[in-house]
Design a protein around this ligand. Sequence first.
Ligand code: 5GP
Length: 190
Amino acid sequence: MTSFFQQDKLAVLFDAAAVAARVSELGRAITAHYASAIARGEELVVVGVLKGSFVFLADLVRAIDAPCHIEFMGVSSYGDATESSGVVQVTQDLTRPIKNKHLLLVEDIVDTGLTMKYLLDNLATRGPRSVKLASLLEKPSKNAAGVEVDFLGFSIPDQFVVGYGLDAAGLYRNLPYVGLVMPPKSEGQG
Ligand code: 5GP
């Protein structure tokens, strides 16, 4: 039987080993960035943006060698299935205040940047000591909001990707790699 993970309609963009290697590098960079703040006794809060960031966040926090609190925010964007509208609704908020704390927002992918622009602006009003953004993926050609990703996994072309937390119609989040959903082959073609 063909495995869900081996369907011919999926093409691997970054395999599990490539993702793991990049996440380790990001963890080291993040650890170095916050080392002096942690040494001063300041607090780091890592905030995962649901749902797409949950796999990346789980691996990333284990690659960060520093004490950190972990929180989640849920957002939903009004728009069609594949395009963000920039009108964002917070469906789940932080459980603790972030005043005077260092905030590391963790996202799966920055596409137009509108979702992150909204969240960064929202969180900035709560008085954090600093706010940084880590994203596994970015489509730089489309980031019209000009959101700066401080810790970026990979830049990708403007293609729809799934896996490692990212979904298509709710599925594929549990693929252990980042892949592309290939269009169905039309009849008569190999
Ligand atoms: P933005 O507001 O930056 O346009 O959209 C960000 C959100 O759109 C991501 O958190 C993700 O949910 C969704 N998104 C954007 N591009 C892709 C993609 O290629 N694949 C998947 N699965 N989701 C995407």
